[in-house]
Design a protein around this ligand. Structure first.
Ligand code: C5P
Length: 215
């Protein structure tokens, strides 16, 4: 039986990660958060005291990325900060950074770990570039204000000085960079189903996503 691939794309805090994880659990497929790879590259650059906009540093970090680091609790926690997210969108605009981690993403889809019969990848360019032949594609979105409120609720637990306006500005800057870059911009694939989660609960969004995937 051939392996199934589900591509889930969308902007920051659209709910795509939660939905992709839920779908993976439902189908017992492997799950890859590709944003974490870009965040990891950015964090390595930041921890070396270098600038994410320094192309050489970003490409070297991508080429030397040790995936095992993603499982280290301290590293994994630092991946989730707003600063790392913003730095990730800077390194992600560099074509050689994207090229360095493209193969690993495709291999995950083609040969999912642990003998799983399918894989779900979430990101910005899964349906368009990484897995254009995916069996099902979703593009998850939500209004920027709603996405900012969701992200702010997560982040304020670690930093109570963070304002909603600041998070909204960060999200809008990241959307603009992700959608405007020349290489693999964030874009809905022509054959992707669009799902707006602005007015949906997590359960409602999951039911809608499942219905779209199972067609
Ligand atoms: O999804 P997440 O917010 O963790 O992604 C962090 C950043 O990584 C995004 O803003 C985007 O710039 C980049 N990214 C990407 N392509 C992907 C996944 C993430 O460019 N497939």
């Amino acid at each position: 039986m051939s392996r199934k691939i589900i591509a889930v794309d969308g902007p920051a805090a659209s709910g795509k990660g939660t939905l992709a994880r839920r779908l993976a659990a439902h189908f017992d497929y492997a799950y890859l958060d590709t944003g974490a790879l870009y965040r990891a590259v950015a964090l390595c650059v930041l921890r070396q005291g270098q600038d994410p906009a320094d192309t050489k540093a970003a490409v070297a970090a991508a080429q030397n990325l040790d995936m095992a680091k993603l499982d280290e609790p301290d590293f994994a926690a630092a991946l989730r900060t707003a600063q790392t997210g913003l730095a990730a969108s800077i390194v992600a605009a560099e074509p050689d950074v994207r090229a360095a981690i493209l193969l690993a993403q495709r291999q995950f889809g083609e040969t999912p770990p642990d003998g799983k019969q399918g894989a779900i990848l979430d990101g910005r360019d899964i349906g368009t570039i990484v897995c254009p032949d995916a069996d099902a594609k979703l593009f998850i979105t939500a209004r920027a204000q709603v996405r900012a409120e969701r992200r702010w609720k997560e982040l304020v637990a670690q930093d109570d000085s963070l304002s909603l306006a600041h998070v909204l500005a960060d999200i809008e800057a990241r959307d603009a960079r992700d959608a405007g870059r020349a290489t693999a911009p964030m874009k809905q694939a022509e054959d992707a189903h669009l799902l707006d989660t602005s007015d949906l609960s997590i359960e409602g969004a999951f039911a809608a996503a499942l219905a779209l995937v199972t067609g």
